[in-house]
Write a protein that binds this ligand. Sequence first.
Ligand code: CP
Ligand code: NVA
Length: 312
Amino acid sequence: MKDLLRTGDLSRADVELLLGTAADFAHRPLSANTALAGRTVAIYMTKPSTRTRLASETAVAHLGGTPIFIRGDELQLGRGETLADTARIISGYASAMLIRTFAQSDVDELGANSTIPIINGLTDDDHPTQLLADWVTIREQFGEDISGRKFTYVGDGNNMAHAWLTMGAIMGAHVVVATPGGDYAPSVSAVEAAQKIGAQTGATIEILTDPEAAAKDASVLYTDVWMSMGDPESERAAKLKALAPFEVTPQLMSLTTSDSIFMHCLPAHRGEEVAAEVIDGERSVIWREAYHRRTTIQAILYHLIRGELEGR
Ligand code: CP
Ligand code: NVA
């Protein structure tokens, strides 16, 4: 496997390897501090980022390399140079590239035309690096035996909902996504892809429109912003109205198991998708999740550059 273009690229064995290495980096951050010595990693972003950018730059530094951060408007891409040409050029300078942008097809095209590993740092469709941090956090909380546990996402059927379903499918989990449906449902292709993986792993995949049924007896209640980067402002009022019943309130949390946790990829909007009492409450594991963004990106870089991921 050369690239990490989508969550569904990962095999279960890849995920296990990455989670193990990330857990190791959490305890010994500099244990592979010559892995990227004398090498560079390009980080190219056409959308804002706090965690993914800082986690990537610090991950490269912890591996002994040098990150090169490039904003969307800084490349000749904006003036008509092709993605394919850009991919060939960056392959000549850097050892890997992480990209955050809108279209998944742009990330796929970079992967197809580069000789270095390309890592998806979020697209409109997916967020694979986030899900690895989430599953390190889930393992920390519940250990490896997840039988009988239910993993629920409520809110917008966006990139995070897709990634949540896919990773849950890879892990053989009982995974639930509840949205208002219609325009806010997860994409049919993402659901079908997760079902296909789930058929091999024994995962149970449920797509619901009732937040309370989704929350009932869940071990994890996960949510994400209602307005994602790139969502049209003209749709804000209608979207917030449709999503209002999906806010993670103390009442919704009360339906979950007695040992449940609240998760959120961040950034969060208290009073929209989650109540302050929940995200700032004792069941919230958001800071562990955010911390593991670095350890997991460090693990992805480490294993991709060494050619140690097999892919699906
Ligand atoms: N969770 C996440 O990807 O955060 P950023 O948008 O700040 O990178
Ligand atoms: N769905 C959000 C995730 C941010 C990490 C977005 O795409 O803006």
